[in-house]
Design a binder for this molecule. Structure first.
Ligand code: HEM
Length: 468
C-alpha cells in the first residue's frame, strides 16, 4: 500500500478551530479513521498522527536519519540561541545531547532530593489553610526555584539576586500567551526583520530583549564560575563547565548559556503542570490517596509513589504530542507519508490506548505495579521517545515524587469542586482548566522519610542514559 492515511476533509481553518479542545478532537479522529490519520492545521505542514506505541516506534526508528525534531521547534523559541538542544538536529544536536545528558542523570542528581524537599517545604508553609487556592501557581514557584538553584546554581548573593530577577522576567516573557498565539509566519518575519526588532510591543521582540538583558548577568556568572577552578560541581552549570566532548573540547560560554536557558524553558512549566495534575487526580481518588499516605507514613520505599506519578503523567499527559519533520518519505502503518510532512506520536491517544491501559479514563496507579507493569511501561511515552526523548525525564520524575511526598507530609488536600478539571491547551501543554484548585487542611507534620532511592529513568528503567 502506498496511499496517504485517511483524515478529515474539512478545510484547514475548521480543523484548526477544533484545537480548542485538542484531546477530544484527536479522539474523534482516531475513532473515525483508526490509529493512523492525517490533519491539516493553519500555518503548519500537513500532519500524520499515530495513536499507539508500535506505530510511534516506526517514527522514532528514523530519529537518527531522515527526520527532524529541532526544526519544528526553532520558530517558537529563538531566544534560546543557535546551540539549543530543543531546536537543533544532526551532528550539533547529538554532540550537545551527549554533553548535557550526564549532568541530568544518575549520580549527578542523586543528591538533589533533599534540597528539592526543602524548597517545597518552604513554600508549603506559606499556603493558605481552609481557603481555596490554585495549586498550579504554587507548583510554578517551586519548580522555578528548583531550576534556579539546581541548574543555574543561583546563590543568595548580589549577583545571584540579579540573575534570579532576570531569569524570572525571561520565564514570564517567554511564557506570554501573545507570543504563543502569534502565527508562525508573523513570528518568522518578526525573528529576522530589523523593523520588527524596533517594535517593542511585539511579543517576540520583548522575549528577545529580556533574553539579551539576562545574557549580561548570565555570561558574568559563567565567567565567575570558570574562575572558581577546582570547585566540586553540584549544579548543572558546574557540570557543563567540566563536560568534554569525544575530542576533549569543552562547551563555549555561548553553548552553555543556550543550554541553561533551554532547561529553563523545557523544564519549568512541564514539571509544574505534571505536579498540578498529580494533585488534581489524587484529590479525586480517595482510595489512591489513602494508599499513598500509608506508604509515606511507613517511610520504607516509594514504589506506590512512583506508580502514582506515572499514572498522573499517563492519564493527564502534560504534552499532547511531539512531532518530527520528515526529510524523506516514511512508511507508517502501511501508508506512505511524503517528505515535508510532520509525523506525530500523539501521546494523549497512545497513553489512553485501551488495548494497553484498560479503562483508560480511570486513575489507577496499580497499572504500573506487578504483572501489569511491563505492557504499561512499554507504551509509557509522556516524555516522548526515540533519540529525542526528554533529557530531563529523570529529574522531572524525581521532582514530582519528592514534591508530592512533601506536600502530603504537610497538608491534607481536598478539591474546591469535586468535578474533574478539564484539560485546557496552554502553549504546547495541557493544563488543568481551573489550575488545580484545592483547599489545604492542617494535619500533624509527618516525619520526612529518608531520601528517594537512586534516580531511575522513567522511560527506560533498565538502561543507563549517561551517554544520551
Ligand atoms: C513532567 C515534566 C516533563 C515532561 C512531561 C516533559 C516532556 C518532554 C517531551 C514530550 C519532550 C519531547 C520528546 C520528543 O521529541 O520525543 C521533551 C524534550 C525535552 N525536555 Fe522535557 N519534559 C519534562 C521535564 C523536563 C525537565 C525537568 C527538563 C530539564 C530540566 C526537560 C528538558 C527537555 C529538553 C532539553 C528536551 C529536548 C530534548 C532533545 O530534543 O534532545 N524536560 N520533554
Amino acid at each position: 500500500m502506498g496511499s496517504l492515511p485517511p483524515g478529515s476533509r474539512q478545510p484547514a481553518f475548521l480543523q484548526t478551530l477544533q484545537m480548542r479542545d485538542p484531546v477530544r478532537y484527536f479522539e474523534t479522529l482516531r475513532r473515525r479513521h483508526g490509529p493512523v490519520f492525517r490533519m491539516k492545521l493553519l500555518g503548519f505542514p500537513p500532519q500524520v498522527v499515530v495513536a499507539n506505541a508500535e506505530l510511534a516506534a516506526e517514527i522514532y526508528r528514523t530519529d537518527g536519519d531522515g527526520n527532524r525534531a529541532g526544526a519544528l521547534r526553532a520558530g517558537y523559541v529563538s531566544w534560546l540561541g543557535e546551540h539549543s538542544l530543543l531546536t537543533n538536529d544532526g551532528e550539533g544536536w547529538w554532540r550537545h545531547r551527549k554533553l548535557l545528558s550526564p549532568a541530568l542523570h544518575g549520580r549527578s542528581i542523586a543528591s538533589y532530593p533533599e534540597l528539592i524537599a526543602e524548597i517545597a517545604a518552604e513554600d508549603i508553609r506559606k499556603w493558605p489553610i481552609g481557603k481555596p487556592f490554585a495549586l498550579r501557581g504554587r507548583m510554578q514557584t517551586i519548580t522555578l526555584e528548583i531550576i534556579l538553584r539546581l541548574v543555574f546554581g543561583v546563590r543568595d548573593t548580589e549577583q545571584g539576586a540579579r540573575l534570579r530577577a532576570g531569569l524570572m522576567a525571561l520565564s514570564k516573557a517567554s511564557g506570554s500567551p501573545a507570543l504563543f498565539l502569534t502565527p508562525a509566519r508573523v513570528r518568522a518575519w518578526a525573528e529576522t526583520s530589523p523593523l520588527a526588532a524596533r517594535l517593542p510591543f511585539l511579543p517576540t521582540t520583548r522575549a528577545n530583549r529580556v533574553a539579551k538583558a539576562v545574557d549580561a548577568v548570565l555570561f558574568a556568572e559563567i565567567a565567575r564560575r570558570r574562575a572558581e577552578e577546582g570547585e566540586d560541581a553540584t549544579d548543572v552549570l558546574g557540570r557543563l563547565l567540566e563536560a568534554r566532548d569525544d575530542e576533549g573540547r569543552p562547551l563555549s560560554d555561548h553553548e552553555i548559556r543556550d543550554e541553561l536557558l533551554t532547561l529553563l524553558e523545557a523544564g519549568l512549566e512541564t514539571t509544574a503542570t505534571g505536579l498540578s495534575w498529580t494533585f488534581e487526580r489524587l484529590m479525586r481518588s480517595p482510595e489512591v490517596l489513602a494508599r499513598l499516605q500509608e506508604e509515606i507514613e511507613r517511610g520504607e520505599d516509594d514504589t506506590y509513589l512512583d506508580a502514582v506519578v506515572k499514572e498522573a503523567l499517563r492519564s493527564r499527559p502534560v504534552i499532547f504530542g511531539m512531532g518530527r519533520l520528515l526529510d524523506r518519505p516514511l512508511r507508517i502503518g502501511g501508508y506512505l507519508v511524503p517528505a515535508g510532512w510532520v509525523a506525530i506520536p500523539m501521546f494523549s491517544l497512545i497513553l489512553h490506548d485501551s488495548a494497553v491501559y484498560p479503562d483508560p479514563g480511570e486513575f489507577r496507579p496499580e497499572r504500573f505495579l506487578g504483572d501489569d507493569a511491563k505492557p504499561a511501561q512499554k507504551s509509557f511515552l509522556p516524555f516522548g521517545g526515540g533519540r529525542r526523548y526528554c533529557v530531563g525525564a529523570q529529574l522531572a520524575t524525581m521532582e514530582m515524587k519528592v514534591i508530592t511526598r512533601e506536600v502530603l507530609r504537610h497538608v491534607r488536600l481536598t478539591p474546591a469542586d469535586p468535578a474533574p478539571e478539564a484539560q485546557r491547551m496552554w502553549h504546547a501543554t495541557l493544563v488543568p482548566g481551573k489550575h488545580a484548585v484545592a483547599v489545604a487542611h492542617r494535619q500533624p507534620l509527618r516525619e520526612r522519610p529518608p531520601v528517594v532511592q537512586e534516580p531511575k529513568c522513567p522511560v527506560h528503567p533498565d538502561r543507563s542514559h549517561d551517554g544520551g
